[in-house]
Ligand binder design. Structure first.
Ligand code: PNS
Length: 160
């Protein structure tokens, strides 16, 4: 394990097994990994910030060097405050690349000391996104194996 602090930012609305796969991979490499949920987003989220933090805390409790947190404003400022040298992001497919490239280069412009590191989730999750999870849940489809059971339960309650 390298003595580098990393930040894994996102909306996590809700956390999926793809996110958790990446968190586990990151926790094995970095000394400390902050999973940082963006608080004030333009998007209208399905889950309130506290619910998203709760689900993440529950799902990551086995990894002691993972800390769940929320942030406001610029990610580059948050990373600097946490003395993080790395922003961790997942890339599932080529279609993710353009958006991720823009974000990584903007974050580098804002904070040149922080490097964006991309990791690949397990192939089994390469099609998975929070948006699809919300859509499947809305129409009552099964999410077994795609989100933690506690997340599936909360989704089911939303649409009951
Ligand atoms: O899971 P998402 O929605 O793809 O995550 C996007 C996120 C939260 C990482 C991104 O929107 C973000 O970092 N927002 C904070 C505002 C910011 O720093 N913007 C400038 C850099 S692109």
């Amino acid at each position: 394990m390298i003595s580098v602090i990393a930040v894994y930012p996102g909306s996590f609305d809700p956390v999926t097994n793809g996110h958790l796969d990446l968190i586990e991979r990151g926790s094995k490499i970095f000394e400390r990994l902050y999973v940082a949920v963006l608080r004030n987003q333009d998007k209208d989220p399905m889950f309130e910030i506290d619910e998203r933090l709760d689900m993440l805390r529950q799902a990551t409790s086995a990894w002691p060097n993972v800390e769940i947190d929320a942030f406001n404003g610029l990610l580059a400022d948050y990373a600097r405050d946490k003395q993080a040298r790395v922003i961790l992001r997942g890339i599932r497919a080529v279609s993710d690349y353009e958006y991720e490239l823009q974000m990584a280069l903007m974050n580098r412009k804002l904070e040149p000391q922080v490097e964006t590191v991309f990791m690949l989730p397990a192939e089994a999750y390469s099609f998975l996104s929070s948006r699809l999870v919300r859509e499947v849940a809305r129409f009552g489809g099964s999410l077994r194996g795609l989100v933690p059971p506690a997340v599936e339960e909360r989704l089911r309650k939303k649409f009951r």
